[in-house]
Design a protein around this ligand. Structure first.
Ligand code: ACO
Length: 378
């Protein structure tokens, strides 16, 4: 039987740091509220398009695996903040890498996009449709953020990480997962202004308005990640106390603590990045995974659990058994271009563009989307 070993890993974090104090310069919020409610102190704001972060992370992951771009035959690009919708962004990465001949697909399940992408690539590699795959988790949330909405603006950041999968006969890699979606709750987290619903209608291009019911998302997130984790562990007959490290989606430290408590896993076995990066949506789990490896928290054969949730509301939990190698084969010297602006300057540029453009979505709430089942017969 074939498996898909994770043989390469690499991250790319933009250098500009946005602090809670920076946010308080334009929002009615403060460090104490954000830290106590979310665990977040800082997040990163990118000065480059998402594809640039993806390129650097991919080159680092390939070097780690000791591979060249042309060795890859599948690219799965997990994100919900694409630089372009058509053509897809995976094709831009394929071209920039020079990974000629590789299949290239985008996966958007919001914050779970990397893990849904890992499931997709894992299945392709195990079946032999691809031999070596690159899976990306990348977000440029800052461009889409509704910076007037303190309920969500304080929570998110930009970032990227990638992994390489290679076919192997050793029982290693992603061994079980549970995927799901609370479609009935999709309206509690929505970015209005992004998608064909808003194209060529009476909406100012570029306006973004977030519908974001934090307390409801919180409850669904805890329920979804807890249920999915229990199902996943049952599939492989692994007990919670056998898990070596949990690498969870990091939307809020209180959500993570609740999931760990219900799962029966000590917080000492949870790898946290939420304090320094906030919620990077699809990038959160792979960045935490890469940092756990860099910090030597993952030993050969380690048993990992990766629960996540995102807009949709999509949910999942993945069980991975690590292989033998926990150190990179090689290191890439590819870097992002330097940034000459502070994170606050970058955010204020986005805010100023929005002010100049004006707000058009606020007046048309409900006009272009209604969540219902219009064709149901009973
Ligand atoms: N600063 C100061 N006060 C605030 C802020 C802020 N940034 N945001 C909200 N408040 C106020 C509210 O107005 C409210 O005031 P009131 O009591 O006077 O009405 C009070 O703080 C409490 O607000 P709640 O929303 O009830 O606060 P809660 O404890 O639920 O925390 C939070 C809010 C942090 C958003 C939490 O609900 C949460 O983390 N939810 C999950 C969000 C999440 O995970 N999103 C990621 C989705 S993934 C994706 O795919 C995009």
């Amino acid at each position: 039987m074939n498996y898909a070993a994770i043989t390469g890993w690499g991250k790319c974090m933009p250098p500009s740091v946005l602090t809670n104090a920076d946010l308080a310069t334009f929002l009615d919020t403060d460090d104490e509220w954000i830290t106590s409610r979310t665990g977040m102190r800082e997040r990163r704001i990118s000065h480059v398009p998402a594809i640039e972060m993806a390129y650097v992370a991919a080159m680092r992951a390939l070097a780690c695996a000791g591979l060249k771009p042309t060795d890859i035959d599948l690219i799965v690009y997990g994100s919900c903040s694409f630089d372009e919708m058509v053509p897809n962004t995976a094709s831009a990465l394929q071209y920039k890498l020079g990974a000629d001949g590789a299949a290239a697909m985008d996966v958007n399940t919001a914050c779970t996009s990397f893990l849904y992408g890992l499931s997709t690539a894992n299945a392709f590699v195990r079946m032999g449709t691809a031999k070596r795959a690159l899976v990306i988790g990348v977000e440029l949330i800052s461009r889409y953020m509704d910076w007037d909405n303190r309920g969500c603006a304080v929570l998110f950041g930009d970032g990227c990480a990638a992994v390489v999968l290679e076919q192997t006969e050793s029982r290693t890699g992603l061994l079980a997962e549970t995927l799901g979606c609370y479609g009935d709750a999709r309206g509690i987290l929505r970015v209005r202004g992004y998608g064909a619903t808003y194209a060529n209608v009476n909406v100012t291009f570029g306006d973004m308005l977030w519908d974001f019911d934090g307390p409801q998302i919180f409850k669904k997130a805890v329920q979804g990640m807890t249920d999915a984790s229990a199902k996943t562990l049952a599939k492989v007959n692994v007990k919670p106390d056998e898990i070596d490290l949990v690498v969870p989606h990091q939307a809020n430290s209180r959500i993570i603590e609740s999931v760990a408590k219900y799962a029966g896993i000590s917080m000492e076995k949870v790898h946290l990045t939420v304090h320094k990066y906030g919620n990077m949506s699809a990038a959160t789990v792979p960045v935490a995974l890469v940092e756990a490896l860099e910090e030597k928290r993952i030993a050969p054969g380690a048993k990992l659990l990766m629960p996540a949730f995102g807009a949709g509301l999509t949910l999942c939990s993945h069980y991975v058994e690590w292989g033998e190698r926990v150190v990179p084969k090689d290191v890439s010297n590819v870097e992002l271009p330097p940034c000459d602006k502070t994170a606050l300057e970058l955010v204020n540029e986005i805010r100023a563009a929005k002010d100049a453009r004006g707000r058009s979505l606020a007046g048309i709430e409900g006009a272009y989307y209604v969540d219902r089942r219009p064709y149901a017969t009973q």
